[in-house]
Design a protein around this ligand. Structure first.
Ligand code: SF4
Ligand code: SF4
Length: 440
């Protein structure tokens, strides 16, 4: 049986992706710029200095605070800069730049071995030491997700193989080319929290991945594949949980409050690498597509510079209007292409000037289309009216904080209202007001 959720949309490029049949190839550049704030939580502190020689997998950033995770060198070579650089947010971020010596000299690793026989108590510390955070985009530290609070019990490890965003095929290729590693990661996560079941959820537009993952699950304890209808945002955490388990995560609550932990397929493969081989997270698959000459699925070392990636893909095939990390619905626009990719960079998408041209918004015609597609059941046109009046109390009462910024309402709106962008700003404003009042 195929499952799904209420609302959602079918954007172009949803099922037609030029990179879906292209096998993953590795690209290693001569310089990497590794930022210290790739995860949600306090940035890591650089623990190397200019002139130091580092090995692959060496810790170059120490974790800070409760959500902290370490950052590792993704190549061996010489540290040529430790400095703050502009990144995707308003503030510059700390960055370690390494010139690659191409010797690929690794630090000594501490493999734990087979995921079925390893002591479960060692799994979460191994995940933390490997610097793993969500690789589907959210970047939440994985060891925290797998650390239930007192009174919480994780029943289900739910694995997101939906890849519902436009353009992207990184997860699709991973499921085809490394399916056993994903299942190993699911089993390790299940054993870490004593979960009863593992569910790998995949949209029905990827029949080859479904087949590969079903085969990989064969003979593995309590892990199965769940096929979902193809619809955006099928991979949204709350939509995925509702579709696959029938459980609803209440407003203001987390998946663990309903006994579920959601992990991306890439995160699961990284967990397996950390447990079986003792390897930290130093590389990932990224789809490079849109206006580049040779679209590709590339295995990139963390910190590879966007300009180098585009150059490797033959350069721009269009006059670029914008370059984004991620797909069209939730992607983040880069301020320039000297920005390096991070642990959560699942795609680099180039748009032409024409595609990137912004449109003026018209008046709302009260058609209600935004309401019908909202997967959370919000009333976007009313929230937008409140946001436009800067009435944050009203926006809050209309549950803007539950908005997952999926972009469905903006996508569907015939008046091209800037709904999602204004909700993002409203959420930031409300969060800042709460912080100023001491979190109340
Ligand atoms: S962006 Fe927010 S309001 Fe709009 S459809 Fe998504 S969840 Fe609903
Ligand atoms: S879809 Fe656009 S025009 Fe229609 S009700 Fe929503 S905001 Fe108004």
């Amino acid at each position: 049986m195929k499952v799904s959720f209420r609302g959602g949309v079918h954007p172009a490029h949803h099922s037609k992706r030029p990179t879906q049949h292209l096998p993953v190839e590795a690209f290693v550049s001569d310089t990497v710029r590794i930022i210290m704030s790739m995860h949600i939580g306090a940035p890591s502190t650089p623990c190397v200095k200019k002139g130091d020689l580092v090995k692959v997998g060496q810790v170059i950033g120490e974790p800070v605070g409760a959500l902290g995770i370490p950052v590792h060198a993704s190549v061996s070579g010489e540290v040529i800069a430790v400095e703050k650089i502009p990144y995707l947010g308003a503030q510059p971020v700390e960055c370690v730049t390494i010139r690659n010596d191409f010797a690929d000299t690794w630090v000594e690793l501490n493999p734990l071995g087979n995921v079925e026989s390893v002591d479960p108590a060692l799994i979460v510390p191994a995940i933390k030491n490997a610097g793993i955070c969500g690789m589907g985009g959210a970047s939440f530290p994985t060891h925290i997700k797998l650390s239930p609070r007192e009174g919480q019990q994780c029943e289900t490890i739910l694995v997101n193989g939906a890849e519902c965003e436009t353009h992207l095929t990184a997860d699709h290729r991973l499921m085809l080319e490394n399916s056993d590693r994903i299942v190993d990661g699911v089993r390790a996560a299940m054993r870490a929290v004593n979960a009863k079941e593992g569910i790998i959820a995949i949209e029905d537009n990827k029949p080859d991945a479904i087949k590969a993952m079903i085969k990989a699950c064969h003979g593995r304890e309590n892990v199965r594949v769940q096929v979902m209808r193809t619809k955006y945002p099928q991979g949204g955490e709350k939509q995925l949980i509702e579709a696959c388990t029938g459980k609803q995560v209440p407003s203001g609550k987390l998946p663990l409050d309903v006994g579920v932990v959601v992990l991306n397929v890439g995160t699961c493969a990284a967990i397996a690498d950390a447990v079986i081989d003792g390897k930290p997270l130093i590389e990932r698959i990224t789809t490079v597509t849109g206006g580049v000459r040779n679209p590709a699925n590339l295995l990139l070392r963390i910190g590879t510079i966007t300009e180098d990636v585009i150059g490797h893909c033959g350069g721009f095939a269009v006059t670029p209007g914008k370059v984004c990390f991620g797909g069209a619905m939730t992607g983040l626009c880069l301020p320039n292409i000297s920005i390096p990719m991070a642990k959560s960079t699942n795609g680099i998408v180039v748009y032409s000037e024409e595609e990137a041209a912004s449109v003026e918004e018209d008046a709302c015609i009260r058609c209600g289309k935004c309401v019908s597609v909202c997967p959370i059941g919000l009333n976007p046109f009313e929230i937008k009216l409140a946001a436009d009046k800067d009435d944050m109390e009203k926006a809050k009462s209309l549950n803007v904080m539950d908005c997952v910024l999926c972009g469905c309402c903006s996508f569907e709106c015939p008046a091209r209202r800037w709904l999602t962008a204004s909700f993002k700003m409203a959420k930031q404003k409300i969060a800042a007001q709460a912080k100023a009042k001491g979190g109340k």
